[in-house]
Ligand binder design. Structure first.
Ligand code: GDP
Length: 362
């Protein structure tokens, strides 16, 4: 069509005819086919060979919410189970800023010096930081992230603590089958995630800081009770004396607790992650712990208890999901909630009505 500005009234101006707008989608582009899911056999074979790409892929399936992925993941886990269990699982906790990433970086390198492979996993259900940000976590552990024998995986993205923790528990199985003989599970020492980590590790390390006045303030008693070792970080420069004072305070506080079921009395050490001071001593403590609990049988006993714990946790989680994701129950709950809030029905009869409806359907 002739352009309107090529009319006489716009003399002195010629507008060339334009080029047709290209289509938004490149017609020459081949339709991308979805890569089919690998079989569980292929995944297991790759994992056992220690192939990191396959391991990552399987972990992604474990983390996926899709029922097809979940079914495949469960098959893979089941087949990996006989190849798992032969690692040292170490939980590491501390408030943000305590120096967890700096310390894991140096602890990790120290462990790898004597060979083997290390996986660093995390449980952080609240965090936006870790939401799919592998890079974020990798840059936090600069040296480990480029180490060929280290595998760093951030926390499964935000969800219920139980769900996030179960995924990490399952990832441990896959990593062990892939030959990782040291597993660190990191968590932020502020909430309930410590309990979840404690229920999947052999040794629980609490990183503390000195120099904040009353050292024991703000530390939940429960977390201290779970610790097999307390380490006071940043014992460097002007901070050494304060770190030693904190060490004395923690030691006397620990005396007030009954001896743990392991029979091992938790130790308190000082170190500096940043200046790499006292690292072999921390590791020596962990080695001694493992030797101790292997000898007295507690190691096996704790693993058995943990396996039972995870069976019940998984049942709880699945029951809850089945109940709350039932469309009829969802509708009924919304209605009952309104009635309870408006004081039209008691909480108890409302709960009973909903449960009766649910169980009638089963
Ligand atoms: P996270 O939040 O627990 O992972 O802690 P980071 O490892 O990110 O450390 C928090 C801050 O403390 C960073 O600025 C580190 O450089 C610093 N830091 C960590 N370890 C030490 C240490 O041993 N000594 C000193 N002086 N600073 C440290």
């Amino acid at each position: 069509m002739e352009h309107i500005e090529n009319d006489k009234q716009y003399n002195g101006l010629t507008v060339n005819s334009g080029v047709a707008q290209p289509p938004v989608v490149n017609p020459y582009l081949k339709k991308r086919r979805k890569t089919p899911l690998p079989t569980s056999g292929e995944l297991v074979e790759g994992i056992i060979k220690g192939d990191i790409t396959t391991l990552s892929r399987a972990v992604t399936l474990v983390e996926s919410l899709s029922p097809a992925h979940q079914a495949l993941a469960q098959e893979v886990i089941e087949k990996c189970l006989p190849h798992s269990g032969r690692s040292r699982r170490i939980g590491i906790t501390g408030v943000p800023g305590a120096g967890k990433s700096t310390s894991i970086d140096v602890f990790g390198l120290h462990v790898l010096k004597s060979g083997g492979k290390l996986a660093v996993l995390a449980i952080d259900p609240s965090s936006e930081r870790t939401k799919g940000s592998i890079l974020g976590d990798k840059t936090r552990m600069e040296k480990l992230s480029i180490h060929p024998d280290a595998f760093i995986r951030p926390s499964p993205s935000a969800g219920s603590l139980g769900g996030v923790a179960r995924k990490t528990r399952e990832t441990i199985v896959l990593c062990e089958a892939a030959g990782f003989d040291n597993i660190f599970v990191e968590t932020v020492g502020v909430g309930q995630s410590e309990t979840a980590v404690h229920s999947m590790v052999d040794f629980f390390l609490l990183i503390q800081l000195a120099g904040t006045g009353d050292e024991l303030q703000g530390i939940k008693r429960g977390i201290m009770e779970m610790a097999d070792g307390i380490v006071i970080n940043k014992a460097d420069g002007d901070n050494i004396a304060r770190a030693q004072l904190a060490q004395t305070q923690f030691r006397s506080a620990l005396h007030l607790f009954p001896t743990p079921a392991s029979g091992w009395s938790p130790e308190v050490l000082t170190y500096s992650g940043y200046f790499e001071l006292g690292i072999p001593e921390v590791w020596d403590m962990i080695d001694r712990y493992f030797a101790f609990v292997m000898k007295n049988g507690y190691f096996e006993q704790k693993r058995a208890q943990q396996a039972r714990y995870w069976m019940y946790e998984t049942i709880d989680e699945q029951l809850r999901n089945h109940f709350y994701h039932n469309p009829e129950i969802e509708k009924m709950l919304a209605d009952k909630e309104m009635r309870v809030l408006a004081n039209l029905q008691s909480s108890f009869t409302a709960a009973r009505d909903v449960l009766d409806t649910y169980f009638d359907k089963q």
